[in-house]
Design a protein around this ligand. Structure first.
Ligand code: PLP
Length: 383
């Protein structure tokens, strides 16, 4: 069934850029640079400037970014990492993939992001890092995380995979923690034509190690000018092949040119939802004071979610359930026997949250259509 307001809008966003994508492909073929190359370097530089960090390293996905960030922080067996359970599986999987122990912490019922008290309660002498996702683009309480983590020497890994362009106190997310991780998967806020990701940091040491580990364990020759210099490159340790491809970076640069306009549009749509659904009997996300979020999707809490979902669909509005059931209820983590008792808010959000579309091609009329449909669907539940 064709939807009046689809959940994603790639079929409206990408085809008009076809010519620019073709020119990007031609540039890569003409340059003959298929791996590390000028497109990747240019994209990394653009991203570092935009995020406001000294360094940005293109990698294959958001998952790769998280794993490489942890490895660069030298986190592994015997160490503990705290994460929430209401996001993508890569968030809790990354610590376990590097051999660390996972500790869950609960999220706020309106913020959808990590709660300071929950993080504090999960800290042990072995805690080395907290992965802090900016859920659906809404900024997590970084001030509180810094107050907790800095004195204890615990690293903050900002997961900005859904939050490209969101700001906190004027700074772009991904530049505030020790490391920032981004995803450019096709459906992400800056969605490529293939998978992609980015690690951002101001730390020269972390930069060097991430660059090395994304390229088999040898400092990549991307910025090395001469063949003689290349000769000096040696394998320092065992890495993986997790580089962002030059072609993928070239396509991403095409889209990066539109990022600011799309960010503005998504902010405006977010504000329209906040206004339009006030007093509609739904739980709207709270906005951290001092933050300027760019919603990726709009998470709302509704009574009788299944019924609301199907009512919306009947009106041509495609909403979606994301990260459900929450990760601590997924078989892999149930089998791991992790403590889930303290995740009451996560369970509650998992039972009641649905996500509304926030896409740059949506018109004001589309947003009003969604708001009207939500109001009517919720009213029918009698809640
Ligand atoms: C919060 C969050 N972190 C990490 C990822 C992983 O990104 P990727 O799919 O590029 O590996 C996702 C993907 O959905 C995500 O939503």
């Amino acid at each position: 069934m064709s939807m009046r307001v689809p959940f994603h809008d790639l079929s409206a966003v990408n085809p008009p850029l076809r010519e620019a994508f073709h020119r990007a492909l031609d540039r890569v073929i003409d340059a003959g640079e298929y791996q590390l190359g000028a497109e990747l370097v240019g994209f990394q530089d653009d991203c570092a400037r935009r995020v406001g960090t000294r360094h940005a390293i293109g990698v294959q996905s958001g998952t790769a970014a998280l794993v490489l960030a942890l490895r660069a922080l030298r986190i592994g067996p015997g160490d503990e990492v705290i994460t929430p359970a209401n996001m993508d599986i890569s968030v809790p999987a990354a610590p376990r993939l590097v051999g660390a122990t996972l500790r869950w912490a609960d999220v706020g019922l309106t913020s959808h992001t990590l709660e300071a008290t929950a993080v504090e309660g999960a800290i042990t002498p072995r805690t080395r890092a907290v992965i802090v996702p900016h859920a659906y683009g809404f900024v997590a309480d970084l001030d509180a995380m810094e107050a907790i983590c800095r004195p204890r020497g615990i690293a903050i890994i900002e997961d900005a995979c859904l939050a490209f362009g969101s700001r906190h106190r004027g700074r772009v997310v991904g530049s505030i923690g020790d490391v920032g991780c981004f995803s450019f998967g096709p459906y992400k806020p800056l969605g490529g034509l293939a998978n992609g990701g980015l690690v951002t940091t101001n730390d020269d040491g972390l930069y060097r190690v991430v660059r090395m580990l994304r390229g088999y364990g040898r400092l990549d020759p991307e910025r090395v000018a001469t063949p003689a210099e290349r000769e000096t490159l040696r394998f320092e340790e065992e890495g993986l092949n997790l580089k962002l491809d030059n072609l993928t970076a070239a396509f991403l640069r095409v889209k990066l040119a539109y990022a600011e306009a799309w960010i503005e549009r998504k902010r405006a749509i977010g504000e329209m939802y906040m206004q339009g659904l006030r007093d509609a009997g739904v739980g709207m996300p709270s906005i951290l004071p001092g933050s300027d979020p760019v919603p990726w999707k709009m998470p709302i809490r509704v009574p009788d979610r299944e019924r609301v979902l199907s009512d919306l669909e009947a009106r041509g509005v495609q909403a979606s359930l994301l990260y459900i059931p929450p990760m601590h209820r997924q078989p892999v983590y149930v089998r791991a026997g992790l403590n889930v008792a303290a995740l009451a808010n996560t369970d509650c959000l998992g039972a009641e949250t649905l996500c509304l579309p926030v896409n740059p091609t949506m018109t004001d009329d589309d947003v009003r259509t969604v708001c009207d449909a939500v109001r009517e669907a919720v009213a029918k539940t009698g809640a």
